[in-house]
Write a protein that binds this ligand. Structure first.
Ligand SMILES: [Fe+2]
Length: 235
């Protein structure tokens, strides 16, 4: 009784070889930025995220140059795996920020709606490789095999066996030195940090545009590069 599966979500990951050499300097840079950032706006049960605290340009900060380089390299590999013609596109890091999750903190589910690809890099993870410090959870909103919408939810809990054909989320164990890339529109969140240690990650939002040139304005679904834009005169 074969069952075929189609339309996979592609999540890329790589354990970066030089990660241990960069760990301590990255931790210090993140904690410096957190200390110098805006007054905390996060709810106590939510992790500190740089984007809410004026710390969203670490891609321009030389202390993060190594990891920015890695993000660029692996994003190209990821898009190549997805079958894109890399010569036709330009890639930009639009913004990037640290996330610090402490004891009993999490990150609610969300999408990165202003970007195309999102990256996360794990700088420091207590009990790395286990779920203790909080997993990255991806949620499936398409639910292609949910033959009657809502099956398995609170009031219609008739799924006898959860398996790969009906799973509604995928959990990634946080692992120090690992870089993960995923479509920015994929809804995701981070589960609770149950350890007393600091779980430190870096997030990157990446945008695709057409490469400059004749075809750049001709694609229906790819923005021309910002170098071809005109900014309005101040109004
Ligand atoms: Fe995110």
């Amino acid at each position: 009784m074969p069952v075929d599966t189609w339309f996979p979500l592609a999540i890329y990951y790589e354990d970066l070889a030089d990660a241990p050499q960069h760990r301590q300097a990255l931790i210090e840079a993140v904690l410096d930025l957190e200390a110098a950032g805006a007054e905390p706006r996060n709810f106590p049960e939510m992790a500190w995220t740089g984007d809410l605290h004026g710390v969203e340009q670490i891609h321009l900060d030389p202390r993060f140059a190594w990891v920015v380089d890695q993000v660029e390299t692996h994003t190209r590999l990821y898009l190549g795996e997805l079958g894109l013609d890399l010569s036709a596109i330009d890639l930009y890091i639009q913004r990037a920020w640290p996330v610090v999750s402490r004891y009993q903190q999490e990150v609610g589910d969300h999408r990165h709606n202003t970007a195309h690809i999102s990256a996360v890099y794990y700088v420091a993870v207590p009990e790395s490789g286990t779920d203790a410090a909080g997993c990255l959870a991806f949620f499936d909103d398409a639910r292609p095999n949910e033959v009657s919408p809502g099956l398995g939810s609170e009031n219609t809990n008739i799924i006898a066996t959860w398996n790969y054909l009906n799973q509604d989320q995928a959990l990634y164990l946080p692992t120090e030195g690992r870089l993960i890339l995923f479509p920015a529109k994929q809804r995701h969140g981070v589960t609770m940090n149950h350890t007393e240690g600091l779980r430190i990650s870096l997030s990157f939002d990446i945008v695709l545009t057409a490469a400059p040139g004749q075809a750049a304005g001709a694609y229906e679904f790819l923005a021309p590069p910002p170098s071809q834009w005109r900014r309005f005169k101040p109004g």
